[in-house]
Ligand binder design. Structure first.
Ligand SMILES: [Zn+2]
Length: 242
């Protein structure tokens, strides 16, 4: 079966009925950006960066930038995770990536202005799941504190990778919400056009010892489906109504 036919089959058997989302300002909403750093998004920036221009990743960066501008104009809360690793601490099964102090661990050029915005919280994390990566040594959690400080009722999540760091964060946030750690948070919303994943087609994976195939379109869809199954809302359009 061709990979296109496999995608159609999966989308038919595991549909994600996308909704659209219109902000009105009535619900206190926070934007969460997951790992939109050079090491995952900028062509040639490292072991886990795209090797050639990638449509899905470019769209994710454009849409995330659009939403970040919208939130910053209104001074609404924004939380950005930046995958950042110490060179002596590997993260299996991945090769070294996003090492601290390198450009790989910094926001992509289109989002670097976020570093100077007063409504933005930046969090460097050295693990896949940003919720776990938000714990401090004293047991407090920067993400939990951010939700409570701003009394956030909904989070809108964008970033990379849909089926890895985005999904793990979504699952943990939902479990934490269900256990009452994130009051008053109600909705965990994933914007499909603002998410992307990497591409490692089967024929390429077969030529790399130990590599797991990871066809981009398929795994992006699976990530959204899993998030929805855990209780997230998946939306395909996000706009603001005045
Ligand atoms: Zn990492």
């Amino acid at each position: 079966m061709s990979s296109e036919r496999a995608i159609d089959l999966v989308k038919n058997e595991l549909p994600v009925d996308d909704e659209s989302m219109v902000f009105s300002g009535d619900v206190r909403t926070g934007l969460v950006l997951v790992d939109i750093v050079n090491g995952f998004c900028t062509v040639g920036a490292g072991h886990l960066a795209p090797k050639v221009p990638d449509k899905q990743i470019s769209r994710m960066v454009d849409e995330s930038t659009r939403l970040a501008r919208m939130f910053c104009e209104k001074k609404w809360p924004v939380f950005a995770f930046l995958d950042t690793h110490h060179p002596d601490v590997p993260e299996p099964p991945y090769p070294p990536h996003c090492l601290a102090g390198t450009e790989e661990a910094n926001l992509v050029p289109a989002l670097q202005w976020l570093e100077n915005e007063s409504n933005v919280t930046l969090r460097r994390k050295d693990c896949i799941d940003g919720f776990l990566g938000s714990f401090e040594k004293d047991g407090s959690n920067i993400f939990v504190d951010w939700v409570k400080k701003h009394q956030i009722e909904a989070i809108l999540i964008v970033g990379i990778c849909t089926d890895v760091c985005v999904l793990d964060f979504v699952c943990s946030a939902l479990s934490a919400r269900n256990r009452g750690y994130l009051t008053p948070l109600r909705d965990v919303i994933v914007y499909s056009g603002g998410c992307a994943t990497f591409d490692l087609p089967l024929h390429v994976a077969r030529s790399i010892t130990g590599a797991l195939a990871h066809p981009q379109e398929l795994m992006h869809h699976v990530g959204l489906y899993m998030a929805k199954g855990r209780g997230a809302k998946v939306v395909s359009e996000v706009s603001y109504a005045t």
